[in-house]
Design a protein around this ligand. Sequence first.
Ligand SMILES: Nc1ncnc2c1ncn2[C@@H]1O[C@H](COP(=O)(O)OP(=O)(O)OP(=O)(O)O)[C@@H](O)[C@H]1O
Ligand SMILES: [Mg+2]
Length: 264
Amino acid sequence: MATTLVKQAAAPVDTAQYAARIDHVSKSFGRPGAQQLVLDDISIDVAPGEFVTLLGASGCGKSTLLNLVAGLDRPSAGTIDVPGGRPALMFQEHALFPWLTAGKNIELALKMRGMAKSERRGEAERLLQLVRLGGAFGKRVHELSGGMRQRVALARALAQDSRLLLMDEPFAALDAITRDVLHEELTRIWSETSVSVLFVTHNVREAVRLAERVVLLSSRPGRIAREWKVGIPQPRRIEDSAVADLSVEITEQLRGEIRRHGQH
Ligand SMILES: Nc1ncnc2c1ncn2[C@@H]1O[C@H](COP(=O)(O)OP(=O)(O)OP(=O)(O)O)[C@@H](O)[C@H]1O
Ligand SMILES: [Mg+2]
């Protein structure tokens, strides 16, 4: 405890040692007297530039925790600190505005960030190129495939220029091949920028494919069951044997958690 305090005191405010600090966070829902404890004493630091996946069974509180980090809800106990400002969010559903084109969806995020009108078009084009959708600027949302929509959603999240990207099962609704391609894109973009990522999934392979660190949550209430540093060099592929081996080990633990809580 003492060393932590000394470290914090020595660090200037704008060069924080973490992109997000989740400190002894608990969350309950319901009325007083009939409360359901969903998250119990969760502490996670996401380092600047780190890629962390949060893994757990359905209903264990992953989205709840991400929403707390996003500032959409408040913890019942504990604190959350995101020193780099408002994080960018990406959900399973793309949440694009259907009446705007792909490009205009991104321009809107740039506008909300305060970017001058004259610069927005060029920047939106650049972001679409980054997610390999150059040429899709004028396409309406309904003209895009599911994978293309998620790419636009990723470009829009990047348009916010946040230091922290929060992703809640963003590729869960996609077919395996499209998901594979988007894993590659995300890994490339992450390694080319200094963005930190907190990525929620219940897919073990996906967690290991992407992350530098996998944090496993138990269920009812969600607690940190275990975490793994993933030392496998990037770029990885989901079918790599090292990814498979670690996935087997983590799946065993996850099964144990699910058995213990009688789910599925
Ligand atoms: N606003 C709310 N009010 C009451 N209960 C809630 C609320 N939000 C979530 N819960 C409950 O909290 C628990 C965790 O939900 P959460 O959505 O965080 O799970 P999850 O891990 O994201 O699941 P999934 O993998 O299915 O998305 C569930 O039992 C859910 O019913
Ligand atoms: Mg969820």
